[in-house]
Design a protein around this ligand. Structure first.
Ligand code: HPA
Length: 263
């Protein structure tokens, strides 16, 4: 049975309005969906399975603020398998379920002292510093995807309104994708800051490209979990990413809920 058939069997075939992919430590938002049906990635044909701690790996379909949505709790990263298109089946699945847009969230390091840990940052644009592209090998002309306004202007406005409505101080900036899994060096963080990036991380960019390829509108938010390498004098760790992202759970959920409500 295809992944889409399996989802329809278990969760019904009413279309969803949007999909979400939640980053490190942020997956618990999926627990707040009403009438939720959770289907582990492992039960869905063709879906990638993540081994990263903090990334549960399930599609959760349900209702938030009266809207039917699907949350991919947990994502698989490029650095796990060296495959930039690893999330393609998952994103296609969301589209198959009826999603018109995709909200991506991630944990990220900051390149700026005035963008401290616990900041939420609306991604306005990105720098693909990895040199990889998930569309390499795509045989169709549609692979030449326009990346101007890749982060949809209307959805950016919707996120700003959501921040206002929920009292969240939402910063804005450019996200740079480094492949990981090692963290950046201090010299790399300094360089990418000079080149125009406000945050650095190991995800989101390939998913944005894949989503734009199939016409899904994209919005994205980074949760800053640490100052980038070299800015604080402290060593970086995945434990810190998980602890810091857990701390921001309430604020983050308030923003996302208001965004889904969409007023
Ligand atoms: N660099 C890359 N990815 C990250 C970081 C970072 O400093 N923090 C959380 N994810």
């Amino acid at each position: 049975m295809s992944a889409l058939e399996e989802i329809r069997n278990r969760a019904g075939d009413a279309p969803i309005e949007m999909g979400m992919i939640l980053g490190s430590g942020l997956g618990s938002l999926a627990d707040t969906l009403e009438d939720a049906v959770s289907i582990p990635f492992g039960a869905l044909d063709g879906m990638p399975v993540s081994g990263v701690s903090g990334h549960a790996g399930a599609v959760v379909v349900g209702t938030m603020e009266g809207r039917r949505i699907a949350i991919l709790s947990g994502r698989v990263h490029y650095y796990e398998q060296g495959n930039a298109k690893v999330m393609q089946p998952a994103i296609q699945l969301l589209k198959g379920m009826g999603a018109e847009s995709l909200l991506l969230t991630n944990a990220a390091g900051s390149t700026r002292m005035d963008l401290p840990p616990q900041s939420l940052m609306l991604i306005t644009d990105h720098i693909n510093y990895s040199g990889m592209n998930p569309l390499i090998g795509d045989p169709e002309d549609a692979r030449f995807v326009n990346m101007v306004d890749a982060y949809d202007p209307d959805l950016r406005a919707r996120l700003r309104r959501a921040a206002g409505a929920s009292g969240v101080d939402l910063k804005e900036g450019v996200y740079a994708w480094f492949s990981g899994p090692s963290f950046e060096t201090p010299a790399e963080v300094k360089m990418i800051g000079m080149l125009g990036a406000d945050a650095v991380g190991m995800s989101t960019v390939p998913e944005t490209i894949l989503a734009r390829r199939i016409g899904l509108k994209v919005a994205a938010v980074s949760l800053i979990t640490n100052l980038g390498a070299g800015l604080s004098g402290e060593a970086l760790s995945h434990d810190e990413t998980k602890t810091e992202s857990a701390k921001a759970k309430e604020t983050f959920s308030a923003l996302i809920r208001a965004y889904v409500k969409g007023e």
